[in-house]
Design a protein around this ligand. Structure first.
Ligand code: PLP
Length: 222
């Protein structure tokens, strides 16, 4: 068995690289509860899971002051399970899903912070709204009042590649889309301020392109 000290050290090491405008979310998917507890004991409070079932199980097993983020694809029929407590949903990829989140948030008397997930990577398999779908999304968004959700920004993943230039180009696109959307649709809404980009292999590049939330798993638990 390996010592758990490296988890706390890894978190400190990653945090020491972050500008004041950027926060670390530890991605705890596939990890043992004991490993998450070690990260918690070191002071970490923001954690992310990619599946609803795993998220619910871990929430039950861990302290109540953890801020849970959902970063994986969310089916509309599962929104109700997380609506009472979820801190932020990073993976909103349709207007229909946003409407469902609004409905369940209303039942819980909450406003749920959401990020729009964009698909800019080369892989076919990744979820998210295409750049060409943004106009249609915001036309619908602008036509309906959704008082129980708040769009706080964008989330995206870069292509899974060793080519740093490709990652730079993709995160630069994410940053410019974030700024365009903010200027066009949220000029009067200060809540739209989060750019969730950067994982273990590319968070340094994401920080250079204005990331405010990095989502790091393997570099913490390795
Ligand atoms: C798994 C995952 C991460 C973390 O990936 P690591 O490479 O382990 O840091 C970040 N974001 C999303 C959406 C993920 O699914």
């Amino acid at each position: 068995m390996s010592s758990q000290a490296p988890i706390a050290q890894n978190i400190q090491q990653i945090k020491s690289q972050l500008p004041a405008t950027c926060k670390l979310i530890v991605v705890s998917k596939y990890r043992e509860v004991a490993e998450i507890q070690t990260a918690y004991a070191s002071g970490q409070r923001m954690f992310a899971e990619n599946r609803v079932q795993a998220l619910l199980e871990r929430k039950e097993a861990l302290p109540t002051d953890i801020e849970w983020h959902l970063i994986g694809h969310l089916q509309t029929n599962k929104v109700k399970y997380i609506a009472p407590f979820i801190a932020m949903i990073h993976s909103v990829d349709s207007f229909k899903l946003l409407q469902e989140i609004n409905k369940e948030a209303a039942k819980n008397n909450r406003i749920i912070p959401c990020l729009l997930q964009l698909h800019i990577a080369q892989e076919e398999t990744k979820f998210g709204l295409g750049v060409d779908e943004l106009d249609a999304f915001f036309t619908e968004f602008g036509s309906v009042d959704l008082p129980n959700i708040a769009l706080h920004g964008l989330m995206t993943m870069a292509s899974n590649t060793d080519d740093k230039e490709v990652i730079h180009t993709e995160f630069a696109l994410a940053q410019s889309l974030f700024q365009d959307i903010k200027a066009k649709h949220f000029a009067d809404d200060a809540r739209f301020c989060e750019l969730s980009i950067g994982m273990s292999s590319d968070y340094d590049i994401a920080i250079a392109h204005g990331s405010t939330l990095i989502r790091v798993g393997s570099a913490v638990f390795a």
